[in-house]
Design a protein around this ligand. Structure first.
Ligand SMILES: [Zn+2]
Length: 175
């Protein structure tokens, strides 16, 4: 299972801002490639103008050697209107194409049984899940109230377990 593993190496940091709290493996669509992102980045990645100060981290991440990181940095810079920076990111043709192929947001979020999940729903966790970066296991049978959908990522929801806001794979919950 690739999404939840206990934090055990210094490499567990957000690829954009280097934060190490509350990380999630984020799919850089439409490719099947994942990067670790933190809560802060996820919360404004679709509307980065909400938190322009945070996104100063792109001044570093845009120089990453990792293609998926370049692609994300490019997409956010573009949303921020920073076209000069976008032009500075060196991308081969096929990577540039990937960066410009921004997925639509209308995918639905479904639970283990195929039921549609919406923000505000209450779900039950159906499998013990070690939580990356939080140091505890979200136990099977735990009820999570008032879940939030994750923008741009129908494979996860956010909810509070043990008083901590965490990301949970939708395939391990049911309504
Ligand atoms: Zn981050």
């Amino acid at each position: 299972m690739r999404f939840y593993s206990l934090k055990n190496s210094s490499q567990d940091i957000c690829v954009l801002c280097q934060n190490s709290d509350n990380l999630i493996e984020f799919q850089v669509k439409p490719k099947d490639e994942f990067v670790l992102l933190c809560d802060n980045c996820i919360s404004s990645i679709d509307e980065p103008t909400k938190d322009e100060n945070h996104w100063r981290c792109l001044d570093n991440s845009m120089w990453s050697e990792v293609e998926a990181v370049k692609v994300l940095s490019y997409r956010v810079l573009k949303l921020l209107g920073k076209t000069d920076e976008c032009d500075m990111i060196y991308m081969e043709e096929h990577i540039k194409k990937w960066a410009d192929d921004i997925p639509s947001k209308d995918e639905v979020c479904i639970d283990a049984n195929g039921n549609i999940l919406e923000s505000g729903d209450t779900v039950t966790i159906i499998k013990d899940l070690p939580v990356k970066g939080a140091g505890f296991v979200a136990k099977q049978g735990t009820s999570v109230k008032n879940i939030q959908l994750v923008s741009n990522d129908p494979t996860h929801i956010q909810g509070k377990v043990n008083g901590v806001k965490i990301f949970i794979l939708t395939k391990y919950v049911k309504k």
